[in-house]
Design a protein around this ligand. Structure first.
Ligand code: AMP
Length: 447
């Protein structure tokens, strides 16, 4: 299949050729004709599948066929969970639309309202927003959503995970009823289906990746190690190819900062990206990583959403995520768009239960092997009684884990089957595990 056969405008085809895209990815081939035909769309596709172009291309095509409007009423609204993802979508939309006269702007928190208000006043065709800041603009009447013809909910599952459901409902209530709605989500969890039933009209479905599968080109390696020796093992793994760009995951913001301090002191150029960093610091860290000025980016799960780096060769889990599905999201950063990737997890005995959950989810695709010189004093346990880090548990010997309680989720047998839509993960990555929040979702945080 070719992009030409999908019926996209010649100006878009030229931009795709400039990008070096030879043919549509499966989600693009499935979604583009349906969107062009005017259907509502429910697409199950993870990052790395080309999902951004799957909605951006037909959106640009339709907007350009109608001619440039540039009024104060945007014609398309894209909602995303994180600032990084919003910035990434804008970059992509600008690249695909470079031969068109379609304007787009991002609306997200952490930066001043002024430039966003000015952009909205000048008039934009596409608004790419995180829910919290968009609601601020709605309250201040600095955005007029009455002209929105197409709504895209990107990474809808993650928006629900982050507690944005009330914000989404409010925004959806402010949009014209007559519109096209496109919903992209890594999975079709029941909450996603419920959202679709409520807000979409006879959506067509496109599923390209079965839920919770990882990119086929990623090889997984688990190295058991004592918690106290994880940092040394990390240095050892990094030193095997010091020029390689590596994304390292930390479970907590504080842990990420401490790791960066350690890496910098050890001569590795690293920076952290997480919810406590200012937008400028996050943008700079990402730009430095993309340009190669730093070789290691240490990220928390939420901050890493939306990071799109072509052919990232390696992802290291310094800590395993508390929820197995997050492993899939983390690993989605490597092995993207046809390139090969490597996922390395440094796992201590206390995290055995988390590894067990991940192996169950991936159906045992992860091999476990000791790294010579770093063999653990206590081996991993992969049976039903395998231990897990407890909420708030202090492990003084490990500087990283000692901070871990702050962001851990409540534990229990239901943990491996966590339904989407829990509100433990707040948008701002604040303490997320306490039981009170578990029952009563906090209001959507501003992204
Ligand atoms: P996404 O799933 O939207 O995050 O896209 C993942 C990566 O795939 C991005 O780096 C895109 O630039 C790239 N990509 C998207 N569509 C194509 C395509 N048809 N051919 C090659 N690369 C693509």
């Amino acid at each position: 299949m070719s992009f030409e056969s999908l019926g996209l405008a010649p100006a878009l085809l030229r931009a795709l050729a400039d990008q070096g895209y030879a043919e549509p990815t499966p989600v693009q081939a499935g979604a583009i004709p349906l969107v062009l035909a005017g259907h509502d769309l429910l697409a199950a596709a993870q990052t790395g599948t080309g999902k951004t172009a799957a909605f951006a291309l037909p959106l640009l095509h339709k907007l350009s066929s109608a001619g440039p409007a540039m009024t104060r009423r945007p014609r398309a609204l894209v909602l995303t969970p994180t600032r990084e993802l919003a910035a990434q979508i804008l970059d992509n939309a600008q690249a695909y639309g470079k031969h068109l006269r379609i304007s787009a702007a991002t609306i997200f928190g952490g930066v001043g309202m002024g430039p966003q208000i000015n952009a909205l006043r000048r008039g934009v065709d596409i608004v790419i927003a995180t829910p919290g800041r968009l609601i601020d603009h709605m309250q201040q009447r600095t955005v007029d959503l009455s002209g929105v013809e197409t709504l895209v909910l990107d990474e809808a599952d993650r928006m629900l995970d982050m507690g944005f459901l009330p914000a989404l409902k409010r925004i959806l209530g402010a949009l014209p009823k007559q519109r096209q709605t496109l919903l992209f989500s890594a999975t079709f969890a029941p909450e996603i289906k419920a959202l679709a039933l409520q807000f979409m009209r006879e959506p067509r479905e496109v599923t390209v990746t079965p839920p919770n599968t990882v990119a086929a080109l990623v090889s997984h390696h688990v190295h058991p190690v004592d918690a106290s020796r994880k940092r040394d093992l990390l240095l050892h793994v990094l030193s095997q190819d010091s020029r390689r760009q590596t994304l390292v995951f930390s479970r907590t913001k504080h842990g990420a900062d401490k790791l960066v301090t350690f890496l910098n002191a050890s001569g590795v150029r690293a920076a952290a990206i997480h919810g406590n960093k200012s937008q400028n610091a996050r943008t700079k860290a990402l730009a430095d990583f993309k340009s190669g000025r730093i070789t290691v980016l240490v990220a928390t799960d939420i901050a890493a959403r939306g990071i799109d780096i072509d052919q990232l060769p390696m992802v290291i889990n310094f800590d395993l995520p508390m929820v197995a599905e997050d492993y899939v999201h983390r690993i989605g950063r490597t092995g993207r768009a046809g390139s090969e990737g490597m996922a390395v997890s440094l796992v201590s005995h206390e995290e055995s239960g988390l590894l067990r959950d991940i192996r169950k989810l991936l159906k045992d695709e992860i091999a476990v092997s000791d790294m010579t010189g770093f063999e653990p004093s206590t081996p991993l346990r992969l049976d039903a009684g395998a231990p897990r880090p407890k909420q708030g548990q202090r492990q003084p010997r490990s500087p990283q884990r000692a901070q871990g309680g702050q962001q851990q989720r409540s534990q229990g047998s239901s943990q491996a089957h966590r339904p989407h839509g829990h509100a433990q993960k707040s948008g701002g990555e604040h303490a997320a595990g306490n039981r009170k929040r578990h029952r009563r979702p906090r209001p959507a945080a501003k992204a």
